[in-house]
Design a protein around this ligand. Structure first.
Ligand code: MN
Ligand code: MN
Length: 464
């Protein structure tokens, strides 16, 4: 081998860039592939926040977690969970250190962009039965037409009975869809700007086309649809007012690429962080600091409502923990550290101009540490301190985690936010960390398995 030059030594000493894991640590590929089999299974089980809660609680219970009891006495190593209104969960493993040394919080979200049914959704028009929808979160509306869709949700009947509705997931189930124009007749629609290509009131879901057999009926196609819902779920039209029904893509999580290096699926923002955080939480046997792993709802609409992180439910939980341990709550919060675990936009070579390449995250370079999010001049951002960045980087380096740093796109290209600012409002040091995603918020999001695996490793390093 040729002798290295002084300059080459200096480059190694002074410069830094995140390596491609596939090149630097090819042995991780098989571990990442194996880890992502469980991840895909989780995605297929859990396409709504409620289904995520069920899937998470199932895994926690199997791992020995018990429902949190405010009046119990807990020892280091004990594992508990707390469910907030069936739509968010917190899991804890009690640590060896006194609680005033601080908690390790890790917050991911389990809601994803989708189409919600309107409160009065069902109608008949020109011999077809359809559902009116109201989109939830940031979607590009044109992406939701002409793809198979499934119906997921709950109905609270008049007698209080709660019925789970899922149609379109079993192979024998029918699916649903939003129609779009054929190119032959789209001349006028083609003149619309892309953002206006499909409008909110055009996101109508086709649910039936045959009439109920009775000449005396005014809306027989709607009636047949109602009759079928009644037969299957015992529900009537009035029950839609007591329901939460979500329309999501009907397809399953799959491998993408000849090399199967990526996962393609709906809802990876932010179930990819939820799953990796869950696995790290479950595997933590005796952490130094007490863990608080949060699976939150409502992030995609600004963390609003009492199941979102712009409410006090996490604070109340931490208050209970502190009181139980006889710890001063303010000291606990001030000494705590939080990862706001959410996805970031992966650099897309096809749309390179919205990224600033030196500060974008790339697939296969590991989890992405995001110092700040926000829009324009960091508006709405948490903006982690240098000290917080240093702490988290040191934890990852100590465990050989592949990580990179990235902004959400180029300056002034747009922007976005996460739960980070709501946690930091509680006087907790917080920084964003997660998985780079391509086609974020689309019905079919793309992640790299090596990044998913290294995010899981980062969460384990954080709890250690
Ligand atoms: Mn997210
Ligand atoms: Mn999002």
């Amino acid at each position: 081998m040729a002798k290295r030059t002084k300059g080459q030594d200096l480059v190694e000493k002074l410069t830094w860039s995140a390596p491609n894991i596939g090149k630097e640590a090819p042995k991780q590929t098989s571990k990442a592939n194996k880890f992502c089999e469980g991840y895909k299974q989780f995605l297929n089980e859990a396409k709504t926040e409620r289904e995520c809660v069920t899937a998470i609680v199932y895994r926690l219970s199997k791992a020995g977690y018990r429902p949190y009891d405010k009046h119990a006495v807990y020892q280091p190593g004990d594992k508990v969970y707390y469910v907030n209104r069936k739509k968010s969960v917190i899991a804890t493993t009690f640590g060896e250190e006194p609680m005033e040394e601080g908690l390790r919080l890790n917050g991911a979200h389990i809601d994803s962009p989708r189409l919600d049914l309107k409160p009065n959704p069902l109608y008949e028009k020109d011999d077809m039965a359809l559902f009116k929808t109201h989109y939830y979160g940031g979607i590009r509306k044109y992406q939701w037409t002409a793809i198979p869709l499934a119906i997921h949700g709950v109905v609270v009947k008049k007698n209080g009975e709660i019925v789970n509705v899922v149609i379109g997931e079993d192979e024998r189930d029918p699916v649903f869809c939003v129609t779009d124009l054929l190119p032959h007749l789209a001349a006028k629609q083609n003149e619309r700007k892309l953002g206006d290509g499909i409008r909110g009131e055009e996101l109508n879901v086709v649910i039936g086309s045959l009439p109920y057999q009775d000449e005396e009926i005014k809306e027989p196609v709607k009636l047949l649809a109602l009759q079928m819902l009644y037969e299957k779920y015992g529900m009537t039209e009035a029950d839609f007012y007591r329901a939460e029904i979500e329309i999501v893509p009907a397809f399953k999580a799959v491998d993408v690429g000849l090399d199967r290096s990526m996962v393609g699926a709906y809802g990876q923002d932010d179930r990819v962080c939820a799953y990796t955080a869950l696995m790290a939480e479950i595997e933590m046997e005796n952490p130094a600091h007490t863990t608080v792993t949060i699976f939150a709802d409502k992030e995609e609409i600004g963390s609003e409502g009492n199941t979102g992180l712009n409410s006090d439910f996490v604070l109340h939980y931490v208050e209970d923990l502190a009181e139980q341990a006889g710890a001063d709550i303010r000291t606990v919060l001030r000494n705590s550290l939080c990862l706001s675990s959410d996805v970031n936009a992966a650099y897309d070579p096809t749309f390179a101009d919205v990224f600033e390449p030196k500060n974008a995250s790339y697939i296969n370079r590991g989890c992405v540490l995001t110092k700040y999010t926000g829009a324009r001049g960091k508006s709405g951002s948490n903006d982690a301190s240098a000290e917080t960045m240093a702490k988290v980087i040191a934890m990852m380096d100590a465990e050989g985690v592949y990580w990179q740093a990235g902004e959400l796109g180029a300056v002034d290209a747009g922007g976005g936010g996460t739960i980070a600012k709501f946690v930091s409002h509680m006087d907790v040091d917080t920084v964003d960390l997660g998985v780079p995603v391509l086609s974020m918020h689309s019905p079919f999001e793309l992640t790299a398995k090596l990044d998913v695996f290294n995010t899981y490793k980062a969460f384990k390093a954080f709890y250690k």
